[in-house]
Design a protein around this ligand. Sequence first.
Ligand code: KIV
Ligand code: ZN
Length: 395
Amino acid sequence: MRRIQIFDTTLRDGEQSPGVALNHAQKIEIAHALARLGVDIIESGFPITSDGDFECVSRIAREVRGPTIAALARTARADIERAAQALETAPRSRIHVFTSASKVQIEHMLRKTPEEVLESSVRAVKLARQYTDDVEFSGQDVMRADFDFVIQLYRAAIEAGATVINIPDTVGYGTPQEYGALIARVRDEIVMGRNVAISTHCHDDLGMATANSLAAVENGATQIECTLNGIGERAGNTSLEEVVMAIHTRRDHYRAETGIHTREIYRVSRMVSRLTGMPVPPNKAIVGDNAFAHESGIHQDGVLKHKETYEIMNAELVGREAAVMVMGKHSGRAAFRKALADLGYVTGGTADHGLNEEALNVLFTRFKELADRKGQIYADDLRALVDAGADIAQA
Ligand code: KIV
Ligand code: ZN
């Protein structure tokens, strides 16, 4: 089993979600929760951007124990020195240096030549290595770049001392096949035989961030950059909960594992949603309200007979309550009977004790009529149904 490092960037790329601004105390709370979750690296911020960010990274470096604490820096000397200063007190720190790899970004944003990008990258990685022996290097927008230039850039970064090379699909453009093939090329042409980790950093503009990150793992990546609930720039980043549970649930396929304490996932996901003000969509994999809810009669009947009929993982494994039966017009008799039993009504009773079969049949018909009118049926609706049918229950 390969051990995949989970690099959480909720506090840096996640905070770049439009409309999100976490205050100091909220960031510290999330950083401690990430440590309890068992992430390997916390990207705690981008210290050059503001004094507030600098102070927050410094405090996380001082207080949070367990994960390596990383900070982001462009290739400029001032960025790297500021990141190094903020990380001073961390027992294990990483400087994450980034530039751009695609022609469109190099020409129009950096206004440099590719040669200048190479030179500044080498200089920056060497400088960062003077402060820490853990230096990560990223070239933004790799999937729209010239792959030969990408290879040249990363080779130069490794020779300058980068210990982790991160391959960002900054605008979520790549397909799993293309991204996986590039990672394999990086592995075979520049990493093979060296003590350098390959990292994946995917954005979700076309909904492929998780698939792309997993394709990278299949082709040699040993670090995944991700955020809780997949928050981040535009459509967001790879979701931590999705990649972690995919690797766990399909370990037969990936032959890999992470160090995440999966039972903490739901709690941290809710905390991030509450503090960022970004709701989790109900149908979101792993952490959405509906992720472990069964609605249709056929599914409910199956799950009541044997969980694995419609479940590939236990809700408890990610820190949630056991699977929920949603009572509505699709629900079947088995789920109806179970819901009444859970509410304390004795089903399968005799005429003078509890709900007998005949009473249950009448109530089930009334339940279906109500569900047709009302949609979802809650516990109070069921209680009202039974109370109103007291006559037939004792008939
Ligand atoms: O998406 C991106 O390219 C980034 C880099 C800073 C790694 O977030
Ligand atoms: Zn990003």
